[in-house]
Design a protein around this ligand. Sequence first.
Ligand code: ADP
Length: 151
Amino acid sequence: YTGKTGTQLLNEKIKQITVKEYQSIPVVVNDASSVYDAIVTMFLEDVGTLFVVDGASSLTGVLSRKDLLRASIGKQELEAMPVSIIMTRMPNITVCRKDDLIIEVASKLIEKQIDALPVIKDQQNGKMEVTGRVTKTNITKLLVDLAHDDM
Ligand code: ADP
């Protein structure tokens, strides 16, 4: 018997879980896409956050539900407005990598008050390829798995 309490064991377990075990598939749009097309994609793909990429599939931006709602207020031509003018852009994007601890991602979601982080792979030119997505839903799934001791 190790003499460890339940809390210590749970703590150790949580600190071993990495992003790759709890990530989802990312949904991306090109930075030349219109705000209108981004709204359609968000509904059809049933996600709350879209990642924006350039022609070389490198991460350039993030679009949240409220970014798209804000752009829709007023008499703007949503079909003529590129997402690149309303997105949150690099280098102001909080990212994670597949081997990061999921608990560190959870801390960033709270600290930055955002719903999702892109999982990225570093490219040779210093740019980032989007390979996944971690949202508050993934973190909630982790909590449920821990409670069921499914791990
Ligand atoms: P919502 O705006 O719908 O409440 P979020 O809380 O996720 O959704 O987004 C808040 C703001 O933060 C938005 O302007 C969004 O573009 C930006 N944002 C979302 N995710 C990230 C991220 N990973 N890094 C930087 N900014 C982000």
